[in-house]
Design a protein around this ligand. Structure first.
Ligand code: FEO
Ligand code: CA
Ligand code: CA
Length: 636
């Protein structure tokens, strides 16, 4: 995908213009989707949106989508279209390092076992080719479930249990090879590596060495142990993996808040609480904020990893800002600068982009290795006329001394602007969004999409007004926003945006909670989260939503994958996951004939899943390998 992005082609700019206007018409119109209570509902009924929607999809015009749509599912299985196969590749606990023991689901294995095994809760991942039939997968292990990890279900934690939990987090890198039976992983590869919450890393960029980054273990403010709550990912054209630290705050506790102490404004904005369900702070002082007040500042970053060198030190890139990072969508702008789009996944937080100071040089790998060290971070403001779900937008610069980021507003340096990027975003006037999840850049047109997964606080909290790109109060379905930078220049400061789709349930609702015209009773879903374009420009949408199949979510079944045609707006269901999972993590082989898909947390909240082994086995997060029986291109 990245290789394609680098082949600048002026013809694509034209395509992009037509794509954008078509999509606005196909996806949503003002008539179909006006905000504002009863008036909007009246317009909606008058427009007979269900009929409109069905008409739009009963005669699919898409040339991009070649597979047969599948129905929703409530089964404990992973379903793919007719003519496709899906096989498990690796599950939580499978041994990766040479001497690691096999998984045992008795919950009694010590930390040393988990340190050599695939981590828990597979999330974002990337595919790095070694040869035609060999590759590395770098995979995030977002969090762990104590009910499955321990025989005592987390009720009798010890110091070694905390180490085991820390080892279930982070990143797993392992070799895979293609055999006659399909892809399998190799336990004996020299590349295999576990990166955990205790792996030594370097802090680079504007916050490195700042006083707010120093702890009793690290007077330099440049050396940190570990990464955790690694949500989604990115990969760079120079062959490195980006892992994004999301809900890092949940691992820290400030127990004195129970005794009347008051959290400071930074702790409040980033969500430091009086307790942590993981209990690391009871056994590991750096997670106790009363003892190490700066340790939380060292987490919430994007980390760059060289998967080809298992001895390399992961680098935390502070120039990309500190927040609850979802993914890092990398593209090279036509002028050669690296652009990274970033979402901050919390209700009412923001969308960012980083533009590198230096340019990408395809023939200088060593220089590229530092491109994420220095650059400018921006945050998005979306503007719209009253009642419109499209408009213009601006990238607001987060640079110390500009746009009010001054001493008067509490910022004393660029380091502080990056460490407290959320607060800087508020000062400059960024738009509060409905939980930005993954961002994806179209490989040819460079149009950008971002999932806004849901937001029960929209229209409830003062700083989260209904309107513009967040048009529904108490939004429990989500939407996908799309923007095109001016002149298709990803470093531009201005853009045009619209909504590609608005998820909803047309069988339950007749108002704007039914969703946009491209949502029907046959493709409906809630809470779009994972997002990615394949080389042909198909948009892959993965959900992490409510799977009750009741009430507002009736008829939606388990979490699922949809594929959309950006030109026609058509959306078609491609896969469904097992009970109580989310589907997340999407990596294509370069030939586009294999896609790796993550099944995360099957059976969460004690739901009755035994995926993937069946019987009475413990449910285990698992990466699935999906191929076509005829060996063809996935999705075509
Ligand atoms: Fe880890 Fe926002 O999902
Ligand atoms: Ca996610
Ligand atoms: Ca999510």
């Amino acid at each position: 995908m990245i290789k394609d992005q680098l082949q600048a082609d002026p013809a694509h700019k034209q395509e992009q213009d037509s794509e954008f206007s078509t999509m606005v018409d196909a996806g949503l119109s003002r008539r179909r989707f006006m905000q504002g209570g009863a008036t909007a509902m009246g317009l909606f009924l008058a427009a007979n949106p269900v009929a409109e929607a069905v008409a739009a999809t009963t005669n699919p015009k898409s040339k991009l989508l070649g597979f047969t749509k599948i129905p929703t599912s409530t089964a404990d299985t992973f379903e793919v279209p007719e003519g496709y196969t899906a096989q498990p590749l690796i599950s939580w606990g499978d041994p990766i390092l040479k001497d690691a023991p096999a998984f045992d689901d008795n919950g009694k294995q010590p930390s040393s076992a988990q340190e050599g095994q695939f981590g828990d809760n597979t999330d974002g991942m990337s595919f790095f080719p070694l040869s035609e039939d060999r590759a590395l997968l770098a995979v995030n292990n977002e969090y762990t479930n104590y009910k499955l990890l321990f025989d005592h279900q987390g009720k009798a934690m010890t110091a070694d249990d905390v180490k085991k939990a820390q080892a279930a987090h982070g990143v797993s890198v392992f070799e895979i090879k293609r055999t006659a039976e399909g892809w399998e992983y190799s336990q004996d590869s020299k590349y295999n590596r576990r990166i955990t919450a205790n792996t030594e890393m370097m802090i680079t960029g504007p916050a490195a060495g700042h006083n707010l980054m120093k702890t009793s273990a690290d007077a330099s403010g440049k050396k940190v142990l570990g990464t955790f709550n690694n949500c989604a990912n990115g990969e760079t054209p120079w062959g490195t993996y980006l892992t994004c630290e999301e809900n890092f705050n949940g691992y820290f506790a400030r127990p004195d808040l129970k005794d009347g102490a008051v959290a400071d404004k930074h702790q409040k904005r980033y969500g430091i609480k009086d307790d942590s369900k993981y209990k690391w702070y009871k056994f590991d002082d750096r997670f106790d904020v009363t003892k190490e007040p700066n340790e939380p500042n060292r987490h919430g970053w994007v980390v760059e990893i060289d998967p080809m060198d298992p001895a390399s030190t992961p680098l935390k890139r502070t120039a990309l800002g500190r927040f609850k990072h979802e993914n890092a969508a990398v593209t090279i702008a036509d002028n050669g600068h690296v652009v990274v789009y970033l979402g901050d996944d919390e209700r009412g937080e923001h969308i960012y982009k980083f533009v590198s100071k230096n340019k990408y040089n395809p023939s200088d790998k060593a220089a590229n290795r530092n491109l994420l060290e220095d650059g400018t971070l921006f945050v998005a403001r979306f503007d719209a006329a009253e009642g419109e779900v499209k408009g213009t937008g601006q990238w607001l610069e987060l640079t110390y001394g500009k746009n009010g980021l001054t001493k008067e507003n509490g910022f004393n340096s660029q380091a502080e602007v990056m460490i407290f990027a959320r607060e800087a975003a508020t000062v400059v006037g960024a738009t509060t969004m409905d939980r930005p999840e993954w961002v994806a850049v179209h490989p040819k047109t460079k149009t950008v999409c971002c999932t806004l997964t849901n937001n029960k606080n929209r229209g409830v909290k003062n700083n989260q007004p209904v309107g513009g790109p967040n048009p529904r109060a108490k939004n429990n379905y989500g939407q996908i926003i799309r923007w095109k930078e001016n002149n298709a220049d990803n470093t531009a400061l201005n853009f045009n945006w619209d909504l590609f789709l608005v998820a909803g349930n047309p069988t339950v609702h007749k108002d704007f909670y039914a969703g946009s015209a491209n949502i029907t009773d046959e493709n409906m879903f809630n809470s779009p989260d994972g997002l990615g374009f394949d080389n042909a420009g198909r948009l892959w949408i993965m959900t992490d939503g409510k799977y009750s199949n009741e009430g507002d979510f009736a008829g939606m079944g388990n979490n699922q994958i949809l594929v959309a045609d950006p030109d026609t707006g058509e959306v078609r269901r491609f896969a469904t996951g097992p009970i109580a999972c989310e589907l997340t993590g999407l990596a294509f082989s370069p030939d586009q004939r294999t896609v790796f898909i993550g099944v995360q947390h099957p059976g969460e909240k004690d739901k009755p899943s035994h995926f993937p082994a069946g019987g009475h086995s413990k449910p285990r997060s698992t990466i699935m390998v999906v191929q076509r029986k005829d060996g063809g291109i996935i999705g075509a």
